[in-house]
Ligand binder design. Structure first.
Ligand SMILES: [Fe+2]
Ligand SMILES: [Fe+2]
Length: 154
């Protein structure tokens, strides 16, 4: 049941790893591959926004009615919107960096917090929420939710 969620997390995590390599380049005084960074951020924005978060949001709305730790689920739902906003802000900052309006130092903190936050969100989901999904959702509900959110196509 959780395979699709795990595969989607893997896609996002691998993309974050690529972004981290560019971030480290920047920290070491190198010139990152801006075109690659743009593509990575575009993907990180589109993939969760169009596929992963809508799927989880549907699952979480079922959990909200059946689990005790409602606060945790509400926090994760709110975080989806926050992460999407952060991704937009990072894309803007990258544009400013590329055009020389801001220095690498100005965006390093933002970028490192972004990487930490994105990963932390997924760790919490896998550690705390996935066991809940497995125990609460029926196979039929899972099928239904999955069909409502198509797989990612570009
Ligand atoms: Fe999530
Ligand atoms: Fe997730």
């Amino acid at each position: 049941m959780l395979t699709r969620l795990l595969v989607e997390h893997d896609h996002i995590l691998k993309t974050l790893n690529l972004l981290e390599m560019q971030f480290l380049d920047l920290c070491r005084g190198g010139t990152p591959d801006f075109s690659l960074m743009r593509s990575i951020l575009e993907y990180i924005q589109e993939y969760p926004e169009q596929i992963h978060h809508p799927l989880e949001d549907r699952i979480y709305s079922i959990l909200l009615e059946r689990v005790d730790d409602v606060e945790l689920i509400q926090e994760l739902i709110a975080e989806h919107t926050e992460l999407e906003t952060e991704t937009r802000k990072i894309r803007e900052s990258l544009k400013l960096l590329e055009s020389g309006v801001v220095s690498p130092e100005d965006i390093m903190k933002q970028l490192s917090e972004f990487l930490i936050r994105q990963r932390q969100h997924m760790y919490i989901e896998e550690e705390k929420v996935h066991p809940l999904i497995e125990s609460v959702l029926t196979k039929e509900e899972w099928e239904h939710v999955q069909l409502a959110v198509p797989l990612y196509k570009r």
